[in-house]
Design a protein around this ligand. Sequence first.
Ligand SMILES: NC(=O)c1ccc[n+]([C@@H]2O[C@H](COP(=O)([O-])OP(=O)(O)OC[C@H]3O[C@@H](n4cnc5c(N)ncnc54)[C@H](O)[C@@H]3O)[C@@H](O)[C@H]2O)c1
Ligand SMILES: *[C@@H]1O[C@H](CO)[C@@H](O)[C@H](O)[C@H]1NC(C)=O
Length: 434
Amino acid sequence: MPNPDSVPSTPGKFKVEKYRLRWHSSPLAKLTFCSFIFTGLIVVFLFRSSPTNGMPSSTSQFDSSRRSLRTFSVREPAWEKRVRSSVKVRAHNGMTVLVTGAAGFVGTHVSAALKRRGDGVLGFDNFNDYYDPSLKRARQSLLERSGVFIVEGDINDKHLLTKLFEIVSFTHVMHLAAQAGVRYAMQNPSSYVHSNIAGFVSLLEVCKSANPQPSIVWASSSSVYGLNTKVPFSENDRTDQPASLYAATKKAGEEIAHIYNHIYGLSLTALRFFTVYGPWGRPDMAYFFFTRDILKGKSIPIFESQKLGTVARDFTYIDDIVKGCLSALDTAGKSTGINGKKTGKAPLRVFNLGNTFPVKVSDLVCILERILKVKAKTMVMKLPRNGDVEYTNANISLAERELGYKPTTDLQAGLKKFVKWYLSYYKTGKRGAE
Ligand SMILES: NC(=O)c1ccc[n+]([C@@H]2O[C@H](COP(=O)([O-])OP(=O)(O)OC[C@H]3O[C@@H](n4cnc5c(N)ncnc54)[C@H](O)[C@@H]3O)[C@@H](O)[C@H]2O)c1
Ligand SMILES: *[C@@H]1O[C@H](CO)[C@@H](O)[C@H](O)[C@H]1NC(C)=O
């Protein structure tokens, strides 16, 4: 078994298998491979060494060796030109934002919205295959058409991130890259540690050393409320009893944010999203695969909890979330660090972004039946103890007050828009909805 730290990282389930296979070949092959990579790295490093980007050589270069080797070759000058043109600011007083997870569901919408209003935007994503990567590629083309370039890389790749900060003076980072999903944590726990903890620290390390330091807004999750039964969930309620590893890594992120704010003066805002849905959404989420399975005539499971009847969620439409994200960026105070040293107190904020109307999953199915005009085959089952919580409901008064956040799309209207997108996206004939 190789040292997991040396495995070039992509958390997607298939990739992990592939690396295993490769590494489990003969020890000689392994040695040859290692020395090949090492020599390659030295060559690349020597080539790139210059007074301005002479990065200290360290073991962390191995973290991302494979990806870096591939992306190094396409880096300049055409690559750099694309980066620069992507971050061009058109609005007066516009911001320059690095959006991580830009090929993801929320990241695509946020990037497009920032670009539309004239901000400079650069995307960043590793296109992992946690779910169908062709959907991420389709979102990428969408962004490309509006002038947003997505750099392909892992947030654990500090050299690549540092390079980007050398080229661009980002005023803000919208950090949405993460291993999402609650149930998958039982299958691939290390992918959560890799992206949500190690990756977050790597990004913060680069941000704290950047001059000027950017302000950072990032996605936490309503799952940090875990097993709490007091509703609605308010920001200062306890968050020390998570029900899944996913939730635990988001909670860890909030604590990590605290120390980077405290020690280095980084301005940090955590947004606790409540079940976001909408066009270009995530295929691993219930509203998405319910739609697919209802259309296919496949039966869908509806989970019942002991206390509440069927499980309920505070579904939040993507456009409302995007407005919350933009206003969190707009109101983020400045970081205070210079050359990695804090020079004063910087803001540290946490906001719920929800919708305040929890809907039972059985009602979600009824709404989908009406929109799709198909009767669903359902089977009612006990909620398994796999990380899902029974009920979520946001208290959004803090976001209302500080961000002017006010969700306006109800589930019925939002699902209509989702279904419209779903049908047009998968009906082109070429794409199969798995
Ligand atoms: N959608 C929701 O309901 C919801 C709810 C609560 C919190 N969140 C959080 O919001 C954020 C965005 O969620 P989403 O629904 O858009 O998920 P998503 O999976 O569609 O987007 C995340 C993107 O990050 C990329 N990524 C993952 N690990 C990476 C890494 N190590 N380096 C570079 N890129 C990486 C993925 O390829 C993906 O495109 C995530 O942090 C998620 O945990 C989402
Ligand atoms: C909602 O949160 C605010 C703090 O932001 C708090 O003052 C208020 O009491 C909470 N409301 C409920 C019903 O919990």
